[in-house]
Design a protein around this ligand. Structure first.
Ligand code: ZN
Length: 344
């Protein structure tokens, strides 16, 4: 097995709000399953501390950091329409950033070959100047920043397979050719961005690749996207590190508002295995996963378990729910358009 680590703290459970889908139960179920299946012994626990305000300012605006800190000190509340912060949330979110940074450093130094940052709150909807979509700080963006700023990487790929477009991550690196942001997401769906024509700006033109997909796409469609877009785009870019924004809400059992995708756990595992192969081909094996969405606790836990198998290099796939039996929406035309836009 490969040398794999995970970054988790029970402190992540202190960010919690009654009846909200992004709740502590998600990560509790993940850790319970990883413990029950001894995966917490096959991988090592990565030590970490909370990111300081100076460290947070490598991605976020100082004003936003201070504002969120004050908001939490005064008891918290709603940050926009759908995103909460409780009194502990600032510290929890700063710890999630610290966990993601520590996991990145361990992989970049070679202490570990691969790692999974099992963090909450999620991050890919967090912009430099505000949080939204259940996200406060953009964990994945910090991973890319560490790889670039501290280790001098010139090409980092963020593959975001969460069912929602990672609007925050896209915005943070929209003009930066050192980060290839590639997102598959349902469209239309929150947050409404991630059209195929959004390809980056300035020096970053071409290093944002959006794959908006209609509702009803399942394993065959995702497999087709991988074959026609993800694999050739990765081969062309030749990333030195692959970071997965790992959300599991494109699964057919997901009940979150307006989500209608049809991927199975077997399908997610195939995507993870492909990224593992690409990391071997271009990155000396270096692969980092950062937890994003997924609101069906059991699907989420088993999805993380399968991704851990991918990271460890185990072939085993666990899929208690099977594949979706009702057919899929065809996407050949969508894929052809995206290939044309990006010259793939
Ligand atoms: Zn999501």
């Amino acid at each position: 097995m490969r040398n794999v680590g995970y970054a988790y703290s029970p402190e992540f459970l202190k960010h919690d709000y009654w009846d909200h889908p992004e709740c502590k139960g998600r990560l509790q179920r993940v850790m319970q399953l990883l413990t029950d299946t001894q995966l917490t012994q096959s991988a090592s626990a990565i030590p970490f501390e909370a990111a300081s305000k100076a460290a947070l300012a490598t991605v976020h605006d100082a004003d936003y950091i201070d504002e969120l800190d004050r908001f939490c000190i005064h008891g918290g509340g709603m940050v926009g329409a759908d995103t909460y912060a409780v009194e502990e949330s600032f510290d929890v979110a700063a710890l999630a950033v610290g966990a993601t940074q520590a996991a990145t450093r361990a992989v970049m130094r070679g202490d570990l070959e691969r790692a999974f940052a099992l963090v909450r709150p999620p991050g890919h909807h967090a912009f430099a100047d505000h949080g939204e979509g259940f996200c406060l700080f953009n964990n994945t963006a910090f991973a890319a920043r560490v790889a670039i700023d501290e280790f001098g990487l010139e090409r980092v790929m963020i593959l975001d397979w969460d069912v929602h477009h990672g609007n925050g991550t896209q915005a943070i690196f929209y003009q930066d050719p050192r980060v290839l942001y590639l997102s598959t997401h349902q469209s239309p769906l929150y947050p409404g961005s991630g059209e195929a024509e959004e390809i980056g700006h300035g020096a970053g033109v071409g290093t944002t690749i959006n794959v908006p997909l209609p509702p009803g796409v399942g394993d065959a469609g995702f497999g087709y996207v991988w074959e026609k877009i993800v694999v050739p785009a990765t081969r062309r870019y030749r990333p030195q590190l692959i970071i997965v924004s790992a959300g599991y809400d494109a699964h057919w059992r997901e009940q979150l508002f307006q989500v209608r995708m049809r991927a199975s756990l077997t399908g997610f595992s195939a995507m993870g295995r492909s990224l593992s192969d690409l990391a071997d081909e271009f990155c000396g094996g270096k692969l980092l996963a950062v937890l994003e969405g997924g609101y069906d606790f059991d699907v989420l836990a088993n999805g993380v378990r399968n991704t851990m198998h991918n990271l460890l290099g185990l072939a085993s796939v666990v899929d208690p729910y099977g594949i979706y039996m009702g057919g899929e929406t065809p996407i050949e035309k969508h894929v052809a358009l995206i290939r044309r836009i990006h010259g793939l």
